[in-house]
Design a protein around this ligand. Structure first.
Ligand code: AMP
Length: 302
């Protein structure tokens, strides 16, 4: 199954307790594609400015990622600047410059309209919906969002959610979206708005998934070398959806495997700044880490 993603392709400036990086390659769609492309072909819809070196995304072409849907427009590329303290779970946004995204209206290449799996990565919820209306009859629609849009465009986001089957957000976003401090209650509320599954990412504490089939809790791999959590959520979504698209099985047992595959990919993303770890990753490393997760969470019955 081919995956279509719409999201940001960006220049990120990031500071963590372990270092900093200025105007490096990032964006929700770039992280997602770098991760999902290990499992399934991915087509990217996004916009960049004249200042963006598309050649830096060449490594994705070698992994069956179609970049023809990235439009180049006059102006500057989207920029995000963020900082993390000792608690890496919380990103503090210092600056968001929408730039070319402010006037962007995606027009999908003809070949993208038949894609089966759609991922609406973190981007303006109105753009997410514009993309969705151009896809014929997707078998699976998943989405992400963030505080910027939950607070900035709440009505547009609620409208988009009506068309989303799986929502992947972090715990703070789930609480903010549902206006409910208790995560279980927040999940139940969100599940009445459209999505039939909700995956809540909790950084170094792992991930929870909620659906009709039940709840599932996945650990995060305790890592010694964490440098930059930026993009962990998108890498998670890439592993999760890439795995579902490649196995074409959406039952509860496979959803659980997908949550683990998402956790595996997120664990790699945080090991270096920008896309670097995902760029140089190999599939055998992914398999080894999947087994580590299985071992980490396995215990015997009483
Ligand atoms: P994550 O850490 O997985 O939530 O995603 C981080 C990525 O999201 C960074 O590479 C940013 O460029 C991108 N990003 C940050 N803010 C926004 C926003 N408001 N809209 C779209 N993408 C964003």
């Amino acid at each position: 199954m081919q995956i279509l993603v719409v999201g940001s392709v960006a220049f990120d400036t990031v500071k963590t307790p372990f270092g900093e990086a200025t105007e490096v390659l990032g964006g929700s769609a770039a992280y997602f594609a770098s991760s999902a492309s290990f499992f399934a072909p991915v087509s990217v819809v996004a916009v960049v400015g004249e200042d963006f070196p598309l050649d830096d995304l060449q490594f994705l072409r070698g992994r069956d990622v179609d970049l023809a849907g990235i439009e180049r427009r006059a102006g500057r590329t989207f920029r995000w600047q963020g900082e993390y303290g000792f608690d890496l779970n919380e990103a503090k946004t210092l600056e968001t410059q929408l730039n070319v995204f402010a006037e962007f209206h995606p027009r999908l290449p003809e070949a993208y309209r038949e894609h089966d799996v759609v991922f609406l990565a973190n981007i303006d919820p109105e753009l997410q919906r514009e993309v969705l209306t151009q896809v014929s009859s997707p078998g699976l629609v998943a989405a992400d969002t963030m505080n910027f849009w939950i607070q900035g465009k709440p009505e547009a986001l609620r409208e988009t959610l009506k068309h989303v089957q799986i929502l992947l957000i972090n715990d703070a976003e789930a609480r903010m979206l549902a206006k409910e401090p208790n995560l279980v209650r927040a999940a139940k509320t969100i599940l009445t708005w459209g999505p039939r599954s909700l995956v809540i990412k909790r950084g170094e504490y792992g991930a929870l998934s909620f659906s009709d089939g039940g709840w599932f809790a996945a650990p995060a791999l305790p890592l010694e070398n964490v440098y930059d959590p930026t993009g962990a959520g998108d890498a998670f979504a890439g592993g999760f959806l890439g795995f579902l698209a490649s196995t074409q099985n959406f039952d509860e047992a496979n959803l659980r495997r997908a949550v683990i595959m998402g956790s595996v990919m997120a664990s790699f993303a945080v090991e270096a700044f920008s896309l670097r770890r995902l760029e140089h990753l190999t599939y055998p490393e992914i398999e080894v880490r999947y087994r580590q997760f299985k071992h980490l969470a396995h215990f015997e019955d009483l």
